[in-house]
Design a protein around this ligand. Structure first.
Ligand code: SAM
Length: 173
């Protein structure tokens, strides 16, 4: 199991980013996302996309991240510009993930030091400041080695048929 934990949501300001973290988690192969704070709007948007475009993908909202970190039985990756290079550590993380679940933590505002401390790996997608959405996308693609790009979606009521130009969407009965 791969779970994305999104910390530090600032109401209003982070609504779209939190939604995009969860949509990216879903599209690129994570099994579920846990959104901390006042994030029910983001949860609804992602649940709606999953209803229409398929799953399985689960998204939940929680008030506090500490119990999740404390009770997590598996390994923890924290994505941060201060971490070790993704290209150096991902093979080891992938190997460990064969035998245990993986929690991937991303932040929004300042991330408490205890998260750095709890993480089995603090991972940087470059050591440049950018975005949790971009960092998550690159990390998941490295973790799954591209296999996430080609998967079956279950219980979708529509499917996009790729086109050289234009848009084609097929209804599924
Ligand atoms: N200023 C915050 C801090 O010092 O913790 C980070 C803010 S950044 C806009 C939001 C999130 O994007 C971070 O918590 C981290 O998860 C992710 N992020 C940004 N740049 C990253 C990088 N180069 N590698 C990995 N994650 C990154």
């Amino acid at each position: 199991e791969v779970v994305v934990l999104r910390l530090g949501h600032r109401p209003g300001r982070d609504d779209r980013m939190t939604t995009h973290v969860a949509l990216t988690a879903r599209a690129l192969g994570a099994d579920r996302a846990v959104l901390v704070g006042d994030t029910s709007q983001a949860r609804e948007t992602v649940a709606d996309i999953t209803d229409r475009f398929g799953g399985p993908f689960d998204v939940t909202v929680t008030d506090a991240y500490r119990p999740i970190l404390r009770e997590w039985e598996g390994s923890v990756v924290h994505l941060t510009m201060y971490g070790e290079p993704v290209e150096a550590v991902t093979p080891t993380i992938r190997e460990r993930h064969r035998s245990e679940p993986l929690l991937i933590v991303v932040g929004a505002g300042k991330v408490d030091f205890e998260v750095y401390d709890r993480a089995d790996w603090n991972v940087g997608v470059t050591n440049q400041p950018h975005s949790e959405v971009a960092a998550l996308a690159v990390f998941l693609d490295r973790l799954f080695d591209g296999a996430e790009l080609d998967r079956e979606w279950v219980d979708a009521d529509r499917r996009v048929i790729p086109q050289e130009t234009g848009k084609r969407v097929e209804e599924i009965d």
